[in-house]
Design a protein around this ligand. Sequence first.
Ligand SMILES: Nc1ncnc2c1ncn2[C@@H]1O[C@H](COP(=O)(O)OP(=O)(O)OP(=O)(O)O)[C@@H](O)[C@H]1O
Ligand SMILES: [Mg+2]
Length: 268
Amino acid sequence: MTKILTITNQKGGVGKTTTCVNLAASLAATKKRVLMIDMDPQGNATMGSGVDKHHLKNSVYEVLIGEATMEESIITDAPAGYDLVGANGDLTAAEVELLQLPRREFRMKMALEKVKANYDFILIDNPPSLNLLTVNALAASSGVIIPMQCEYYALEGISSLVGTINKINKRLNPSLKIEGILRTMFDPRMSLTKDVSDHLVEYFGDQVYRTVIPRNVRLAEAPSHGLPALMYDKNSRGSVAYLALAGELIRKSKQHDKKQADKQEQED
Ligand SMILES: Nc1ncnc2c1ncn2[C@@H]1O[C@H](COP(=O)(O)OP(=O)(O)OP(=O)(O)O)[C@@H](O)[C@H]1O
Ligand SMILES: [Mg+2]
């Protein structure tokens, strides 16, 4: 079954894009069929996958407002090794234009309908805000990955994010759940990091991924080469951590699918 995952946190610079690009590359490296969708007008995930955001034939903008189909917009030969739909500054206009369109919260969900069976994982990167673009991503997804930096203000804003996810779950998408909380840019030498990390585990329990992403300079350098870290330096601690995350995600989703199948069997 296709897993559609939104990577979001309205806080800026917490590692959303880094996670989206490197998780996509790691899943692709394990032979999973992956589509990445850039829902951020900054276009960082597009550039980080080796695609020039200034020269997109079609982008997420055209898909959302209905000027192009998803099939027409997927780039299949990106250097990063997974399929993707790119974004650039045009997407800023979509938010306003969407307001006038029918089923404005479900444009991404509808667009994915025809292609989703071609993929094992669809990962959606988001801007640092909770707007109609993010709502579109959440309405189309089965799970949310929340990257968090273990610093003093990390937990600020998390309740409004969880509140939004709950609201979307009630009103627009009953299958939406928190897939996992990911600790990013982790520096165990800082005692504050450990304190915040402990708080996260207290608050979210086993929703917190066991895999931790360390602060690693290769992860920060790779985007300037238009490559995921796995292709830039496959032995770096950052690459290894994202491979581990992909493994954890695959194991978790297998367990989840099995539980669903058992439940179904009991009901029949
Ligand atoms: N684990 C890491 N180690 C070192 N640098 C990192 C790590 N993760 C991300 N970075 C760097 O931190 C900065 C912010 O990361 P990133 O762009 O992934 O965050 P973001 O949440 O997508 O930001 P935005 O909210 O602007 O979209 C980038 O320069 C990135 O290269
Ligand atoms: Mg980003």
